[in-house]
Design a protein around this ligand. Sequence first.
Ligand SMILES: [Ca+2]
Length: 570
Amino acid sequence: MNKKLSRRQFMIGLGAIGGTVLAASAASWLLRSPSNPGGGALPAGEGSVPQRPAAMNKKPNFVIILADDLGYSDIGCYGGQIETPNLDKLAAGGIRLTQFTNTARCSPSRASLLTGLHPHQAGMAHLQGYFGPYTQKLNDSCVTIAEVLKENGYSTYMSGKWHLGPAFPHQRGFDKAYHYLGVDYYATESISLNGVKVDPKSISKNYYATDDMTDKAIGLLENHMSATPEKPFFLYMSYTAPHFPLQARDKDIAKYKGRFDRGWDALRQEKFARMKERGIIDPKWELPSMNDSGAGDWEKENSKSWRLRAMEVYAAMVDSMDQNIGRLIQTLEKSGELDNTFLVFLSDNGGNSEFLNIRDTTKLPGGPGYAEGNGHYGAGWATLSNTPFRMHKHYIHQGGIASPFIVHWPAGLKEKGALRKKPAQLTDVMATVLEVSGSKYPEQYKGHKIIPAEGTSMLSILKNDTTSKQYLFWEHEGNCGVRNNNWKLVKFEKYPWELYDLEKDGTEMHDLAGSQPEVVKRLSDEYEKWTKRANVLKKEEYMKYWKGKNDGEGPTGPIDLRKIKGAPKA
Ligand SMILES: [Ca+2]
């Protein structure tokens, strides 16, 4: 396959026959900007998307769009500075949750999202690999949303990041899955379709991972509408953006030149005020200091130009993802399926403060994003991403686990643009999918007994902001937490429990553990019961299996808590 193929020829070569390419120029979902006059990232194609005949099955489709390392308030409709018109439009036509939480890290969050279990129950409490009973893959005691929906008559597709070890997605319920193993946004060597490597030579020279993942997803949807339009579908669109390395297209980076020049302190204050004005957060809440998240003051930052470039590239990565989401939504709209699609957008963990891995911080590599990969944007910008919350990816304080959560489903949710304040977590997505689709969750699957689903359907939250959910639980790397109504008990590994009243103090600034011992006891007892039920090991228990070294994905969190001003001493 040395000959360069068009995208259509390429898709046919991979078995996605019958698809047509969407005309990007006609897109109502591609809102244009001065720096992006064409609106779309890729050339326009020909034709239209086939539509499902009206008399056919009307079960809702599902599309879950997952961002990687995106903070709670990066996107426009959560008060952020980054332009995300397509996500904003979904929010304006749908519902936003303000108290949705993930599991603080890539693999655990993905495991919980897809299985409806806590990650420990699915074998994926840590990143893939490493830790004895925390296996290197989803275990046989869980089922994925794809497996459940496939058993209930759905076609199931995926494009993007998996990060759940073997078995790969086509072995866990996906009919067709483009699986991206790499993290480099310009490397074409690590894409497979249903486990078969895609020839890098067949991939466009204009390749950028976020665009290509979307292309592949659009191809899968177009093929579905041609080949099996009578069936409902599930698409898991799992972006790597804006996870490091910081790499984006020049035109997208140029758009953000100068946008962050005033630094994270001033921009965070402004965002905080905007979030209050828009009702995303409570006016009573206070803004923690940057030091509460291990970050320094902008004025004392001595690599400002490098930092600014990093944030401009990060913003461009999010902007690019939004443009691509626009193309995906346009495909759904043209096929006539958008209204009947239960579409979710969320992030797998909070903004990431892991250490910078660039030796010479005075160097600003040119070209598309950074020439030398693995750059991070650092704790200062991560704290801006997670405004108004404390801490970042890895941690169970709100900055680590708070996620944007947009649901767009015009056929089932009549209210438009509303905010919902009741708390929910990743396990609740499976429960919601089961209720919305009328699907049965199996007691057994392929001869294995399956752990009962953990979640509570979010449909009542989405419709009228009521919930029957009593407790929410989290654990990652020894950091842990439990929430019951307004009370949240949370701790850093090895440190004492902290107690917060999240209604009055949603940013976790006033620890009430000393004055409310009975609440601490009740919640900590529930937490201990949960750890036994959900196979949650203490860190010293799973660390005895540790044979590797700390390569940034090891067992040690990214910030030495002793360096955090005000942090309790061990
Ligand atoms: Ca992540």
